[in-house]
Design a protein around this ligand. Structure first.
Ligand code: SF4
Length: 451
């Protein structure tokens, strides 16, 4: 190892999805393993890594902001830009920034640490491949030396729960979505590699692991192996009954009876489903190239609720798709109002150049989208409050995550209720029995009942 590598300071920032978070954790742990020091992004560093997002216009704006912040902090630093924004708009980005950037496309993320630490590689501005041609998933391990201490080692990125990427890419090409262009085709991490990573997280003391991917319902379908998402969940949740598992997000039609049965039978598979709806109008869903109708979605959610009545059901909604009429938006609103859902993730439609929807007529004004988002936000608030009220007086296993400014411990129950309670800081990162005592709006207060 060169002396430069020994003393080098690296700062990483991550935008966007949980897959990016996992990959940044892998970079961080690999830099530490190689002898580099990982510092906060606000500090002066020799290398800045910006793991960008392009899913929305906002993701692009935030990505550019982070690059500018790094350049300002240390104009002589190597600026390594990776992630979806670098993949789809690399050259444009170099022009916009007016200075050399080291671009590492999504197909080269497994080489990012080597590239960043080697000036010969980093001075080459582009490490890019046509992502649509890649057929094998690149496993980016998160290396967690139990004894090693340092930032990013035991609790990667200082988080209580670990994200595990089991799949990358998507074949769906929904008409509004840039992701298949930025991340390529669906590819699964080999089960033995994913199992090894789970074991490492368990040994490092993580109490919760989130299984994540771009389209995890596709898990295994590209492998010449007899494995699918249901079997994978079955195997990893059996590894250690004390380790809690969550599923990041699953497409409605991929929530099979087998997977629902695992949620019922495995105590450590947490009662929480996150399912994208996008629109409650079947005509809009068709134009989005989604694979279900509003009626089918309703049936799926009612079935999930029947089998898992206490589960949190989170829903993604895309508001203001081109041509969405008031009546079509109302169909979305009414569907969500009558369904037993817990919370909504609401995204205003954002035009992504290169997608079919970007060329559609009937693009809506920002004001119309804002009003519709507002209406759904109110519904989201009411849904959450109603769900939380149901659990007053009940006991939950809460994973303590952080201290609030007011001195409360904050953590999430199995069914994703964010609970505030009094507890010593030493209990951070542990699972605690908490009784829910009261709900004030969308804030939930509880009391520790055992230590
Ligand atoms: S399923 Fe659709 S929205 Fe989800 S990543 Fe694939 S193309 Fe994008």
């Amino acid at each position: 190892m060169s002396s430069l590598q020994k003393n080098i300071k690296i700062a990483i920032t991550t935008l966007g999805c949980k897959v990016n978070q996992y990959e940044s954790a892998s970079f961080s742990s690999s830099f530490i393993e190689r002898g580099a020091e990982v510092v906060s992004f606000s500090k002066t560093a020799d290398v800045y890594v910006i793991n960008t997002c392009a899913v929305t216009n906002h993701g692009g704006v935030q990505s550019r902001k982070a690059i500018r912040q790094a350049i300002k902090k240390n104009p002589k630093a190597r600026i390594v830009v990776t992630g979806c924004y670098s993949q789809i708009a690399g050259l444009e980005l170099i022009e916009m920034m007016g200075q050399p950037l080291c671009l590492v496309g999504n197909g080269h993320k497994h080489r990012l640490v080597d590239i960043a630490l080697n000036p010969d590689y980093c001075d080459l501005e582009m490490h890019m491949t046509d992502i649509g041609t890649i057929r094998e998933a690149q496993h980016l391990p998160v290396i967690l030396a139990k004894e090693s201490g340092g930032p990013g080692a035991k609790k990667h990125n200082g988080r209580t729960r670990a994200h595990l990427k089991i799949q990358d890419g998507c074949n769906n090409f929904c008409s509004y979505c840039i992701v298949p262009f930025a991340r390529g085709r669906s590819r699964s991490i080999l089960p033995e590699l994913a199992h090894g990573q789970v074991q490492m997280f368990i040994q490092a003391g993580y109490n919760e692991i989130v299984l994540t991917g771009i389209h995890i319902g596709m898990y295994g379908k590209d492998l010449d192996l007899d494995v699918d998402l249901g079997l994978f969940i079955d195997q990893v949740t059996a590894l250690n009954s004390d380790t809690r598992f969550r599923l990041s997000s699953i497409e409605p039609k991929e929530l099979t009876d087998e997977i629902l049965s695992l949620f019922v039978s495995r105590d450590n598979l947490l009662n929480h489903l996150h399912i994208p709806l996008q629109s409650g109008d079947s005509e809009i869903l068709k134009r989005m190239a989604r694979t279900y109708t509003a009626e089918e979605f309703e049936t799926i959610i009612l079935k999930a609720h029947e089998r898992l009545p206490d589960a949190a059901l989170g829903i993604d909604v895309l508001v203001g798709f081109p041509g969405e009429t008031e009546a079509q938006f109302d169909n979305t609103y009414e569907l969500l109002k009558r369904l037993p859902v817990t919370y909504l993730h609401i995204f205003p439609y954002s035009k992504r150049p290169g997608t079919r929807a970007a060329e559609m007529t009937g693009q809506l004004s920002g004001e119309v989208k804002r009003q519709r988002v507002q209406k759904l936000r109110k519904l989201d608030f009411m849904k959450k409050e109603k769900f939380y009220q149901r659990f007053v007086g009940t006991k939950h296993r809460v994973l303590a995550e952080s201290k609030t400014k007011q001195g409360f411990m904050r953590g999430f129950s199995e069914n994703y209720i964010p609970v505030l309670f009094e507890a010593p800081a030493s209990l951070k990162h542990t699972v605690i029995d908490v009784e829910i005592e009261r709900v004030a709006g969308d804030e939930v207060y509880g009391r520790m009942v055992t230590i």
